[in-house]
Write a protein that binds this ligand. Sequence first.
Ligand code: SAM
Length: 237
Amino acid sequence: MTTDYNHIFNQHWTIYQKILQHDYMGHQAVFGLLEGSLVTHFPDQSLDLLDIGCGDAQTLAAFLQTSALQSYTGIDLSKEALELVPKNVGSLNCAVTLMNDDFVAAIEQLTQEQIGQFDVIFSGFALHHVQDETKAKLFANIKQLLKPHGRFYLIDVYQQENETRETYLDRYLAPTLTHWHALDEHETALLNTHVRSSDFPSTRTKLESMAFDVGFANCECLLADPIHSNILLSMGK
Ligand SMILES: C[S@@+](CC[C@H](N)C(=O)[O-])C[C@H]1O[C@@H](n2cnc3c(N)ncnc32)[C@H](O)[C@@H]1O
């Protein structure tokens, strides 16, 4: 069982490395905007940062390495991914906590213990794995975990307003079949199966209304990229 899971993780990890290397999902633009906003909102500040679905933290590594951090907490279901975090971020000179858990359960647990503890809560390309109802509950808990001046940053894939999940999946996956040439046939098939079974993106309107409904006072959309289907929302109390 462990061997099987490691095998699955390794295959997905290799695919994600190729996606990042060729910028197929548009990481460079969206993470550039995220880092710019973090620097603007939190200049010269020692941050307590929570990263939901952190994976191996490589996409946030440059920011983590160049920022004044008081603490970094990462949550991910994959033990193998978390084991790569120290290699990717180096020694951060702050308290580092890695939680190998389902983020829904882990966030629920943190709200019992750490209300108002985080300056920044970030989630990158992870929350689309849960349905809208669970996302809404997560938004409510995330708001509780933030300090009064804290902000929640969400990077994720999003669905257009007029799309069904099926039409979204067909549109999103089309370029993986025609343009993501760095993936071989087996990797493309694996990616398509994973996305079709595991992705439940929300629309921009739905995400913004979840933010409003749990009482975030402001929710800015810093990017809505219909080509890559990426959205970056920044919300504060
Ligand atoms: C596409 S990766 C994104 C990694 C990183 N945040 C980034 O932006 O590149 C999605 C991550 O979410 C994690 N994940 C998915 N569902 C999860 C869950 N329910 N609880 C914890 N982690 C989860 C996966 O293990 C994976 O590492």
